[in-house]
Design a protein around this ligand. Structure first.
Ligand code: GTP
Ligand code: MG
Length: 372
């Protein structure tokens, strides 16, 4: 304890305050009942009673990032988990078409009624192996997540149109992926176009450090046509190959932690958040803190709009039951009980309000200077 009052110390030692005051007096310290005692004085008194002072370990329970760092697992409880893949690339190079193509060949085919709901992330199943795709605009996801020190992607697909070549946002995407230290697979798209020039794409990417395997490098290039659905199976195979090498693991038996992919306010359902479970298993009824919001998971819907009771590692899921709308990139943590979740949530909300207040004050000052 850094400091305690005489009364508090007396209570902890199960003694009368007057007795403590007397002891202090004997030690040459004049004290009143409400007097704050420093560490040395506390230790002195405790030593006199033969009580050892335990160093209090202060863990900031409101620090969700700390939960991630504490997340050291023993190897035995770890199981293989699906890779989380982000698709990035220059405007109009075919990211959305590629995502649609993957989803339609792999998801809609087996689903009567098709995709009933779009939740910003989805999972495909390739011969029993799953891949999770983040369907957020690649750059936005990477930028906001990285700014918060959160990493959610295991692998980046860089889409380059074979008729257009490397463009500014292609380079930006490469830099994002490199900074996040995730493996990169290049999808050379629009191969169906007569003007497609894949050699040029390879040449240009080599200049940015992405050397094709055929040229002695270690970057996988897959020629595709997102529009015609060609090369998609090979691309998916390569994704699985690269993720196998990475040996991605998680512990499905712990309480869930993860990150917000997107969130909004729904008229009927209240705050709705799409979460990526990164470790553990999230269940309906779990007390949860999501960014500054908290609550209990009321309902969960998976990427094809089905209600589910639980979601394991690398699974995207939409939840309701939290009191506020969190932000993309916010962490979520499941707690043992609702009381703790509420405490942590409220305390985090309070801190956020204070931070935004001082932010506002600063802005006002800035404005003042601008006006001068
Ligand atoms: P932004 O989201 O605006 O950055 O674009 P995007 O990268 O998502 O590109 P999108 O998938 O919207 O495709 C842009 C245009 O390229 C559309 O008209 C697509 O039909 C077309 N396109 C995408 N893939 C292919 C392809 O493989 N071949 C051909 N010929 N056209 C394609
Ligand atoms: Mg798009």
């Amino acid at each position: 304890y850094e400091s305690l009052s005489v009364a508090e110390l007396a209570k902890k030692l199960h003694r009368e305050p007057s007795e403590i005051i007397k002891k202090l007096f004997m030690l040459g310290v004049m004290a009143t009942i409400n007097q704050e005692l420093d560490k040395d004085a506390i230790e002195l008194i405790c030593a006199d009673y033969g009580v050892e002072v335990e160093e209090e370990v202060r863990v900031d329970i409101t620090d969700l990032d700390a939960y991630f760092e504490q997340n050291e697992e023993n190897e035995q409880s770890m199981e293989e988990r699906p890779p989380v893949v982000t698709i990035m690339g220059h405007v109009d190079h075919g990211k959305t078409t590629l995502l649609d193509s993957i989803r339609h060949t792999k998801v809609t085919a087996g689903e009567a009624g098709g995709i009933t709901q779009h939740i910003g992330a989805y999972q495909v199943d390739i011969n029993g192996k799953k891949i999770t795709f983040l369907d957020t605009p690649g750059h936005a996801a990477f930028t906001t997540m990285r700014a918060r020190g959160a990493s959610i992607t295991d692998l980046a697909i860089i889409v380059v149109a074979a008729d257009d070549g490397v463009m500014p946002q292609t380079v930006e995407a490469i830099n994002h992926a490199k900074a996040a230290e995730v493996p990169i697979i290049v999808a050379v798209n629009k191969m169906d176009k007569p003007s497609a020039n894949p050699d040029r794409v390879m040449q240009e990417l080599t200049e940015h450090g992405l050397v094709p395997e055929d040229w002695g490098g270690d970057t996988i290039f897959v020629p595709i046509s997102a529009l015609k659905g060609e090369g998609i199976d090979t691309l998916l195979e390569m994704i699985l190959l690269v993720s196998e090498v990475a040996e991605l693991k998680a512990n499905p038996n712990r309480s869930a932690i993860g990150t917000v992919i997107e969130a909004q306010l729904d008229k009927g359902r209240g705050s709705v958040a799409t979460l990526l479970v990164q470790d553990g298993t999230l269940r309906v009824g779990d007390p949860i803190v999501v960014g500054h919001a908290y609550g209990r998971v009321r309902a969960m819907v998976n990427d094809i709009g089905r209600r589910v009771k639980e979601a394991g590692p690398a699974t995207p899921v939409e939840i309701t039951g939290i009191n506020e709308v969190p932000q993309a990139g916010d962490r979520f943590v499941v707690f043992e009980d609702e009381k703790t979740a509420r405490q942590v949530g409220e305390s985090r909300a309070m801190t956020a309000i204070q931070a935004s207040r001082s932010e506002k004050q600063r802005v006002t000052l800035d404005n003042l200077f601008e006006q001068m």
